[in-house]
Write a protein that binds this ligand. Structure first.
Ligand code: HEM
Length: 337
């Protein structure tokens, strides 16, 4: 599915869900309600992240471009080498999720900037998220909760929710349209939210970013995926990084006046100018489940001066559930694999 098709579907979705959105945006979602619902829907795996449970720490280096410096005063774009605490993961709450399925991959980043400043972000292998508001996301999770009798989601409930919130299906359609990623290092990772980039005169340019593998996107055929088995991504990443083969271009699609920038389910219109903000190179990968990423939540509200969240309600809505999630997994004994 092209980004344009996604956009059309998403626009349709917005038009058709106006009434639902009006009733649902009123009340904020209690972060504990979110965490409880993650556990009810996807299971509880003590010590692990409730989302992106199967993951590994890595270290990277980022160097920004003059183009980025013209767009934003953020020190991350100074052109000097910036250390990055990285985490690659497979989507979902199950720490034993299979690597060889058409599902989500994540790349979470913490740029450690001068004077203790940080930039955190969690990027996903789809141009859209599975919901546009926190209330809609919670509703979707409720609709997917397994029925106690069958231990499976009730198809009627799933359909009833998706019928009035059709944009929740866009992300799944993207994954179904793509091959199984051959590597954590060979798939695009989108930020899905718009952020503002503020230059030295105070001018704010909104955009949505994507990290694109320097070596190109690489997928597996169904037979290759089957042959790889359920757990190949960590070793693959170690090997590729040892060979110096994993790097990403940090690219920003620039929004134009009138573009919708407040929704994680609506990409920018196709053909928007894309500029290169810099290159991120992965320099090492943890040999086990430890490492500095273990206790980071990758909260998208942690941005450097010169970068600002847009009005997308999902950005701020992530902060509290991530903190509550960290609290739960620290209490249980934080781990990952
Ligand atoms: C209100 C909406 C959301 C909720 C409640 C939520 C919840 C969570 C939770 C509880 C975690 C685990 C945090 C931890 O224990 O450190 C997580 C991780 C993650 N989320 Fe979300 N999330 C939301 C929206 C999003 C969106 C829109 C994206 C799209 C970019 C996203 C991408 C990720 C990624 C990439 C991770 C794994 C990061 C890592 O490696 O630690 N989430 N989310």
């Amino acid at each position: 599915m092209t980004q344009k098709t996604l956009l059309v579907l998403a626009t349709f979705a917005v038009l058709t869900t106006d009434a639902a959105a009006q009733t649902s945006t009123a009340a904020p979602v209690d972060p504990n309600a979110f965490l409880n619902q993650f556990e009810a829907t996807f299971g509880k795996f003590d010590g692990y992240r409730r989302s992106g449970a199967k993951g590994i720490c890595a270290a990277g280096e980022f160097v920004g471009t003059p183009t980025a410096r013209a767009l934003s005063t953020a020190s991350v774009f100074s052109g000097r080498t910036i250390p990055v605490v990285m985490r690659f993961s497979v989507g979902g709450a199950n720490p034993r999720a299979a690597d060889n399925t058409k599902s989500q991959r994540n790349m979470a980043l913490q740029f450690d900037l001068p004077d203790g400043e940080q930039w955190q972000m969690g990027n996903i292998s789809a141009p859209v998220f599975g919901a546009s508001t926190p209330q809609q996301f919670l509703g979707r999770l409720v609709s997917l909760q397994p029925d106690p009798a069958t231990k499976m989601p009730d198809p009627a409930k799933v359909k009833a929710f998706a019928d009035v919130n059709p944009e929740v299906l866009l992300q799944g359609r993207h994954f179904a349209s793509q091959p199984v990623p051959a590597s954590f290092g060979s798939v695009n990772y989108w930020g899905v939210h718009a952020f503002g980039f503020v230059d030295s005169s105070g001018t704010r340019q909104y955009g949505k970013w994507v990290f694109e593998p320097v070596g190109g996107v690489e997928g597996l055929t169904d037979d290759e995926a089957k042959a790889k088995g359920p757990s190949f991504l960590f070793d693959d990443l170690r090997q590729r990084v040892r060979a110096g083969r994993v790097a990403f271009q940090f690219n920003l699609e620039l929004a134009q006046p009138g573009d919708r920038i407040e929704s994680a389910t609506v990409p920018l219109p196709e053909g928007r100018r894309k500029v290169n903000l810099g290159t991120l190179k992965v320099i090492s990968v943890a040999e086990d489940g430890g490492g500095p990423c273990l206790t980071i939540t990758y909260n998208p509200m942690v941005v450097p001066k010169g970068v600002e969240p847009s009005s997308d309600p999902m950005i701020a809505a992530r902060a509290a559930p991530y903190a509550v999630g960290l609290g739960r997994r620290l209490t249980e004994g934080a781990k990952q694999q």
